[in-house]
Design a protein around this ligand. Structure first.
Ligand code: MG
Ligand code: MG
Length: 323
């Protein structure tokens, strides 16, 4: 009897689940890879979505079926892989931060945006233009608060600030947000959108699961700020109003399971599709990492932009946060 028990124990211990060979777990992306993927995500979402900017979902279906390749065109007659103001301003902001050793300085941000506008970008929003002209004429790095500035122009370009403040406290992150945002957009809803994406992307960089991003960041934020409620009504044809933009992006991100599905889902809603693409791209890039980005999209992207985005995200991260 004793021997039988011994045998049973031996058999049980041999097959204890701890001892069974485990299926290989995919490696989690590093923080650096997530940061670079977020930068690439902005450029890819911009380039993918620009084809459809200002179109309605039914016009898109009629002309493209489902739009899922980077082909250029659109109202700006872009080359395949060409980017617009969303990525252009993000890279200008990135320069301003890197040249100041990771500090987000209002004057440096304003000068960077001014320099970007002097280089005759392919497009520029009215609020952005007004803010930069205000800086040129007055030397002031913040416009007056205004209700009209509730557009998505500060959110679309903000990623370098989010990366540079990874690990910082809320006071510091919001001061950095305002340094870049208030050059052109001084508005409470725009600032709130910045606070939301700071939290989402900082959590994604730290490896939060999608469920955590939803239940610990997005839903509590919408509960505290009901304007940002993104359920249950589907947001199609999102305008440049920052609430429309955030709703479309969060729906596309939380209702899909991969980087490319998320971007395809959001840009096919039309409207301000280059900007929803760019913002969805930064969130999806930070969450899914470099390995999830389709090679064919990377190949299509303007090589100069691809090169900058592939390495610049990790340079923006504070050294203390590098893995
Ligand atoms: Mg654009
Ligand atoms: Mg746009």
């Amino acid at each position: 009897m004793e021997r039988a028990c011994f045998l049973l124990e031996s058999i049980q211990s041999a097959f204890r689940s701890d001892d069974l060979p485990k299926p290989a777990q995919p490696a989690q992306p590093t923080t650096s890879a997530r940061a670079n993927a977020a930068m690439l995500g902005v450029a890819l979402g911009d380039a993918l979505g620009a084809t459809l900017e200002f179109m309605t979902p039914s016009e898109i279906r009629h002309q493209f079926g489902l739009h899922h390749e980077i082909i250029g065109g659109g109202w700006l007659h872009l080359k395949p892989g060409q980017i617009t103001d969303d990525t252009g301003m993000m890279l200008a902001l990135s320069d301003a931060i890197l040249q100041n050793n990771g500090q987000v300085i209002p004057l440096a941000c304003a000068k960077a945006f001014d320099g970007w506008m002097r280089n005759r970008p392919v497009d520029i929003g009215n609020t952005v233009r007004r803010g930069i002209v205000h800086f040129r004429l007055s030397g002031q790095t913040a416009v007056q608060p205004s209700v009209e500035a509730a557009g998505n122009g500060a959110l679309m370009r903000c990623l370098p600030v989010i990366l540079a403040t990874f690990g910082a406290d809320e006071t510091e992150t919001m001061a950095a947000w305002q340094a870049q945002a208030h050059v052109t957009h001084n508005n409470a809803l725009s600032d709130l959108s910045g606070a939301l994406f700071m939290q989402l992307i900082h959590a994604a960089l730290a490896g939060a699961s999608k469920r955590q991003l939803l239940n610990e960041v997005a839903h509590p934020f919408a509960k505290a700020h009901p304007e940002f409620t993104f359920r249950p009504k589907r947001r199609d044809y999102p305008s440049g109003y920052v609430i429309d933009t955030v709703q479309a992006v969060l729906q596309a991100f939380f209702d899909t399971d991969s980087f490319d599905e998320c971007l395809v889902e959001v840009v096919n809603r039309g409207g301000d599709s280059d900007t929803t693409g760019a913002i969805a791209g930064m969130l999806a890039g930070a969450h899914y990492g470099l390995g999830a980005i389709p090679a064919r999209w990377l190949k299509q992207l303007d090589p100069h932009i691809r090169e900058r985005c592939t390495s610049e995200g990790e340079k923006l991260l504070p050294r203390s946060q590098l893995q």
